[in-house]
Design a protein around this ligand. Sequence first.
Ligand code: FAD
Length: 465
Amino acid sequence: MSDVVRRAVVIGGGIAGLSAAWEFHRAGWTVDVYEASDRWGGKILTSPVGDEPGAPMVDAGPDAVLMRAEAGRELVEQLGLTDEMTHPIAPKPAYLFLDGRLHVLPGGTVLGVPVDPLALEHTDLISEAGRDRAARDLTMPPGDLADDVTIGSLCRERLGDELTDRLIDPLVGGINASDIDRLSLRAAAPLLAEAMTEHGSLIRGLGKMYPQIGAALGGDRDESGDHGNRPVKRPPVFFSLSGGVGRIIERLTEELPATGLHLGHPIRALNEIPDPTTVDAIVVATPARVVAGLIGDVPAVRAHLADLPYAGVSQATVIIPGQPPLDAAGILFPRVGGTMLTASTWLSSKWPHYRADDQALIRLTSGRYGDDRTARMDDATLTATLLGELDQAVPLVAEPSAVRIQRWPSALPQYEPGHLDRVAEVRADLVRHHPRIRLAGAAYDGIGIPACIAGGRQAARELLA
Ligand SMILES: Cc1cc2nc3c(=O)[nH]c(=O)nc-3n(C[C@H](O)[C@H](O)[C@H](O)COP(=O)(O)OP(=O)(O)OC[C@H]3O[C@@H](n4cnc5c(N)ncnc54)[C@H](O)[C@@H]3O)c2cc1C
């Protein structure tokens, strides 16, 4: 073993790049992180809503991290943030706006698939015919899933169009700012793929994989007959931090040696890396099109990353004075409804750290792949349009006292069928051409924060090894 200190370079200072840097740092390597913009965090941003002194600092990108995935919890613990962890205020209903009215999002479902036979009994979101059609999944032959398909094609075949359009697409397509008729089953909904391959049915498979969800409905059911988000005690699904998700970025950049943190320093070609002869390992953690420019000498990188599609999102976060007009975690606006608004997140009802009884803090999200209508609007038109659409669902009695606009152009990679095979090909080709370079970030193994953390750390571990 040599005691020479090794040097790693990380390109891109979002959560994936900083997680890779954290891994190198913990192993005793020197690490330089180069970030093109003037702030750390990439899509993670906690910023003020309004210009007043003391304006609330609110998440403008992700506001929730999945508990189930270990990578997020582990990093929070290592950064000493466990005491700042918060969970959604339970139980708050979530709604869907369709047919001109609100429907409580039915409980007893996983990704919109009813795992409890009673899940859809008490909602008029899905007709009786739609429920019967979905139940055919239980008696249909398993089918052949040898090739990757779209989430939509599988769900339409197994469960019918009604459930697919009115429940599954708003949930699964919504998270990806996409529609499920273009997203890869294996890459964007691995749970559904697992249910089919392991159990031959979506309803039966997810029911076996999540017995507590069916059991919660069948056993610990409240007596109100409300089969929406009923008050059943379950471990929280998400966490955040009392200072917002941006606290993770703050702590990472506090822990990493300041001499290695370079803001406003884009790297567009490998020969732009300072002191290249001293570099032992490189992690590229930028969006895909930047990777294609950086290491375009690798054929699979050029072929598969240069044109990886991304969806853009435009948001208005508003403070509405007075009592919140709805006590909800949020409202989804399904694609079939035709609105520009895709979701409204009622942050002050959802999270304890944003809780307020005298005002509503609401984040309005628009934009999905193929729908960039709001991206072309000026800020005032965007705000008025999104508030107007929200007003159709929940009449708002007051004008906002503060507004924050956040544009995220090309923010969310779209995993199309065959994505995982293409990523495997890219990685294999990269190792052949550049054994000391690895890739990390939302373009590869999952867009969620835990997946990006795990990907960054794994990239660094491979190079450390
Ligand atoms: C509006 C929104 C809401 C979301 N909500 C959630 C949520 O609630 N929960 C969840 O888990 N996930 C959520 N996500 C997804 C998640 O936030 C992202 O997938 C993740 O943060 C991406 O991290 P990353 O490090 O891969 O990329 P990025 O955050 O995009 O970081 C890449 C970095 O590379 C930099 N860069 C680019 N070019 C160069 C260059 N040439 N040289 C140096 N640096 C460069 C960029 O400036 C950027 O900082 C959301 C995303 C968005 C947009």
